[in-house]
Design a protein around this ligand. Structure first.
Ligand SMILES: *Cc1c(COP(=O)(O)O)cnc(C)c1O
Length: 224
């Protein structure tokens, strides 16, 4: 099956209609994304700002681009004018930079707060107290060009499904805490969790967005 058929098949058999599929096209060439685009799917994710900006430039403008990777503050400017959602906001400093770039582009940039739910030290993310601390600050209230839409997390890379499930439960718990007490507005509603290896568990636990790369586009040529 080609990538376009892959996406159609995956959407119709694996993804409930209330869950958004972010097709992760990182490292894949423009031609392959053009092929994927033939499926009708319009939401794609990349993890490097410059690669994302280049693909935005080269591809049809009705694609919704999601930045799913670790975001460096000095790279926000490359994607601020058009990005649909930044999944990996893992510091208040980064959120403030995104706000500033949003101001320059005259946009309100949609963001998810990334939480550290895995046991691996190498993965990025906030913890709940850290997030609550800045959300309560006056500084936070003054940010007019960012829109917090929910949370994102990555589970540990393991075969242990119980461990993965409990990490996703932790993310849902964090989401509920923030939603009930601090971010009560209706835009705060997304839970981005689940990749090729663990999306089924993520959907069972309440994901509203899954980020799937290799299952749709084939394996990538590097270890990640
Ligand atoms: C690469 C990546 C994905 C997709 O990974 P697959 O295992 O190929 O589905 C999802 N989320 C993030 C943050 C990634 O970097």
């Amino acid at each position: 099956m080609g990538v376009s058929e892959n996406i159609k098949h995956f959407l119709s058999t694996e993804i409930p209609s209330n869950v958004k599929l972010i097709a992760v096209s990182k490292t894949k060439p423009i031609e392959l994304i053009e092929e994927a685009y033939q499926s009708g799917h319009r939401i794609y994710g990349e993890n490097k700002a410059q690669e994302l900006a280049g693909k935005h430039e080269a591809l049809p403008k009705d694609i919704e681009w999601h930045m799913i990777g670790h975001m460096q503050t000095n790279k926000v400017k490359y994607i601020a004018p058009f990005v649909s959602l930044i999944h990996g906001v893992d510091s208040f400093k980064l959120l403030k930079v995104i706000n500033k770039e949003g101001e320059k582009s005259n946009r309100k940039i949609n963001c998810l707060l990334q939480f550290h739910i895995a046991t691996e030290e190498t993965k990025f993310g906030l913890d709940l107290n850290e997030a609550i601390e800045f959300i309560k600050s006056e500084d936070f209230q003054s940010l007019k060009n960012v829109n917090l839409c929910g949370v994102m997390g990555m589970a540990t890379y393991t075969e242990n499904e119980d461990a993965i499930r409990s990490e996703f439960k932790e993310l849902v718990h964090i989401f509920n805490e923030l939603k009930q007490s601090y971010l009560t507005d209706s835009d705060f509603k997304e839970i981005s969790m689940g990749m090729s290896g663990d999306y089924k568990i993520a959907i069972e636990e309440g994901a509203t967005m899954v980020r799937i790369g290799s299952l749709l586009f084939g394996a990538r040529n590097y270890n990640k």
